[in-house]
Each structure stands twice: as C-alpha cells, then as structure tokens.
Design a protein around this ligand. Structure first.
Ligand SMILES: Cc1cc2nc3c(=O)[nH]c(=O)nc-3n(C[C@H](O)[C@H](O)[C@H](O)COP(=O)(O)OP(=O)(O)OC[C@H]3O[C@@H](n4cnc5c(N)ncnc54)[C@H](O)[C@@H]3O)c2cc1C
Length: 327
C-alpha cells in the first residue's frame, strides 16, 4: 500500500488502525501486522471500505473471531476487516443473528431460552459468519442443520442477497461462500422448542466436558488444521483396509478417517518445531506454546502431510485459511 492510500483510508474511516498486529485478533496468537485494520459494527461502513479497497486495488480480507485463520509472520499488506455487528433477536423458535455474533454465546442463550438444536455449538469458538462460511460442526451438529436463510453481499456486484438453506450448498466444512465471494451479514436459524430443557442443558454440558477432555481447548490454536478424510468409493475403502491395518470401526461406519487419528498414527503427536507443537491431546491441533511463528506451524503441517501421504497415500487438506502467505 502507498502512504497516500493509507492516508485516504484513515481520513474516511477514523476508527481504522495502522500496522495492527494480527496476533492480537487471531486465536492462534500468531501473525504480523495488517497495514490497515478495521473492526466495524456498521454494514454501510463495511461496504464503503470494501468499495474503496477495490477501487484502490488494495487486497483485503474479512474475518470474524479469527479462530480458523493462520496469518503470516510478515503480516498482511492490505486491509483486514473484522465483522463486529452482533445483534441477536430471538422470536419463539427462530433466531435472527448478525454475522459477528459469538456462536457459543448464541448457542448458550438458545439453551437458556428453552430451545433445542444448537447446544452442540456452545463451545464452538468464533462467530456465526465464520461458522456459516465453513459449515462448522461438532458432536453431531452442523450449521447446515439450523440455517434457514443467510443474508449476504454477493461481492462481484455488491448486491444484497438472501439465500435459503439449499442455496448455501453446505457440505462437509464447505459452503457456497467458500467458492463464490460473499460477505455474510446475518442469518435466520430455526430451532425447536425443547420438551425438557434440563436434558438439553445436560447435553450441552456433556459436550463441553468432552471437548475439554480430548482437545487442547485452553491453548492457542486454530482448531483442526486438516479436514477429515472421506472415502470416495468402495475401492478406496478396500485399498485403505489393506494399507491401514486397524481402522477404528466408528470411522469405517462414517466412511471417514479422522485427520487427528492419521497424524497420531504417523507418530507426530507432541512433535515441535520452534514453539509450535502438534497437540499431545489431539493430533489435528497445533498449539502455540508461546512465541510460535506461522512458519513453524506451516513446517509442521507440511511434515504431517508428507508422512500421511507416504504411509497411507492420503493427501490431507487444510481446514485453516492462510492469510498473507502469497505476497
Ligand atoms: C479450540 C478450537 C476448537 C475448534 N473446534 C471446532 C469444531 O469442533 N468444529 C468446527 O467446525 N470448527 C472448529 N474450530 C474452528 C473454528 O472455530 C470454526 O471454523 C469457526 O466457526 C470459525 O469462525 P470465526 O468467526 O472464528 O472465523 P474466522 O477464523 O474469523 O474466519 C474463517 C473463515 O470464514 C470467513 N468469514 C468469517 N466471517 C465471515 C463473514 N461474515 N462473511 C464472509 N466470510 C466470513 C473468513 O474470511 C475466513 O475465510 C475450532 C477452533 C478452535 C480454535
């Protein structure tokens, strides 16, 4: 970015921050400075900033909670926009929620309001926008099960759109928003009135306890680094049955190999590069032990991918979005 462009943004968006360290806003606590950083709770301000960035040909990216991102040590030479509109309205069994609302807080509120269907998300880090983008899910629930509509801006033409669930093309950690650029503004979620709220509450507590037990939840991470591996067809399953001696029955039933299990099978749990470590608790998490660099994290993910490829002929795919690595 040129100093002139920098000044232009500062003049038009008084709350914009210059050279803001992304490590302050990203769950992994890693990442150099973004030339410009704007946290906005105003949709008009958001669209104005994007329009100006496009006009000036300045790279930009949008994020919510930063719980599924890895930002380069060199930072991002452009504009980082954090969605911070967070209104939540509950109308009987329907929740109308802004993209910047904290997913876990919305889920806990829904349970307190006697609703059922979102309790699985009570300990899911990040925002509703990020959860819709990646069709986040855990403990048997996924965003696709509760999204009724999504209000968004379709980026190429900046048009406001409202998509019903089917148009969101949700798949495993996937949605239309990953493939066609949009800004997610708001969503309508459809839940059920629970017959016994105490049962739903206990289920939520159980999920939270399980998470603490099997994931490094209190450490800095970006969640799962890799997508689980889904068998394409029966022949692939047969090949894997020969290559992988003991596929756990629950993975066979789901036709999916857990990436964390694969990483631990190749002996990489606990492995460190610098201050980045593959979690001892869960092979699909890389934790920042203090001063890890993005470079350390990438070296660890590459090593894990190579080992899994060499031993199982499986190419693990990244689940985490990388920012600032191509400049
Ligand atoms: C400890 C831990 C545990 C986790 N466990 C799970 C789990 O069980 N299941 C699971 O699915 N995930 C899990 N994650 C990953 C992460 O929490 C989810 O993917 C989460 O929903 C991301 O939300 P976010 O707001 O933090 O997204 P961000 O990290 O801010 O962004 C992720 C992506 O979404 C896009 N995005 C965000 N907001 C918008 C918007 N408004 N419009 C358009 N695009 C947007 C960004 O551009 C980016 O590409 C975990 C993460 C951590 C750190």
């Amino acid at each position: 970015m040129t100093p002139e462009q920098n000044q232009k943004f500062q003049k038009n968006f008084p709350s914009i921050l210059v050279d803001e360290l992304m490590s302050k806003h990203i769950n992994m606590r890693i990442g150099g400075p973004a030339s410009l950083y704007l946290a906005t709770s105003d949709v008009d301000e958001l669209t104005d900033a994007i329009e100006m960035a496009n006009k000036e040909k300045i790279p930009w990216f949008i994020f919510g909670g930063g719980s599924n991102l890895l930002v380069s040590d060199d930072g991002f030479d452009g504009l980082a926009i954090q969605v911070a509109f967070r209104e939540v309205k509950v109308r009987e069994k329907t929740i109308i929620v802004d993209a910047g609302a904290i997913t876990g807080a919305v889920a806990r509120q829904s349970v307190a309001d006697g609703l059922e269907g979102m309790e699985w998300a009570a300990t899911l880090p990040g925002t509703i926008g990020g959860a819709i983008y990646g069709n986040s899910g855990c403990w048997g629930g996924e965003m696709k099960d509760i999204v009724v509509t999504v209000d968004a801006i379709h980026l190429p033409d900046m048009k406001r759109v409202v998509y019903p669930n089917a148009k969101c093309k949700f798949g495993y950690r996937d949605s239309v928003f990953k493939h066609e650029p949009h800004i997610i503004l708001r969503a309508t979620l459809g839940l059920k009135k629970s017959e016994d709220p105490s049962v739903v509450n206990s289920r939520m507590e159980e999920f939270a306890a399980k998470r603490k037990e099997c994931q490094p939840f209190s450490e800095s991470s970006a969640g799962c680094m890799f997508k689980n591996f889904t068998f394409k067809d029966e022949s692939e399953l047969e090949r894997l049955k020969n290559d992988v001696k003991e596929i756990p029955p629950e993975m066979l039933a789901k036709k999916s190999l857990s990436a964390g299990w694969l990483v631990s099978q190749v002996g990489m749990k606990g492995e460190k590069i610098g201050e980045a470590q593959i979690s001892e608790k869960h092979g699909n998490f890389i934790v920042n032990l203090g001063n890890a660099r993005a470079q350390d994290v990438l070296m660890l993910t590459s090593k894990a991918k190579m080992k899994v490829r060499d031993e199982y002929n499986i190419m693990l795919e990244d689940e985490v979005r990388l920012i600032g690595f191509d400049s």
